[in-house]
Design a protein around this ligand. Sequence first.
Ligand code: IDP
Length: 161
Amino acid sequence: FRTNSAGLADVKERTLIAVKPDGVQRRLVGQIIRRFEQRGFKLVGLKMLQVSEGLLAQHYCQLTQKPFYSSLVEYMTSGPVVVMVWEGHNVVQSSRVMVGATNPAAAPAGTVRGDFSLHVSRNVVHASDSLEGAQREIQLWFQGKELVEWDCWDQTLTCEK
Ligand code: IDP
């Protein structure tokens, strides 16, 4: 169990989750949110937007030289996305498990991609892949004032104090 410097469980960890344009068009936003809520994570930021190519280039800065980058831009700008920040113990790693492998063919049933998608070019959802990545992406997509600090009454039921 990871603890912070005060010896308390690290329940403040945050990650960025985005429902991509195919997920929004297919009305999967509610089902995806439900999975994170029922797991015990806390929603601290949420918005819908049409992504610009500039923002995408920063978000996917490690992929801009890939052969599929232009089709990725076309896909990600084809309609609005719903972007969220979720908070809770081990949320970065647990979200990656909940979302499943990048290629849906390798994503087990029970994961978002394994349940709702077929092909790597239409894989419904994004989840930050590391603590550093999550921090970078949250700063990129959200202003500090858009994130809400609030106490969830059941926090002591889902996590040791
Ligand atoms: P991730 O989304 O699981 O973190 P990344 O390797 O960071 O995976 O790739 C970002 C996104 O780029 C993927 O989610 C997918 O939408 C797209 N992508 C990755 N590889 C391919 C590919 O080979 N063809 C088309 N799109 C791809």
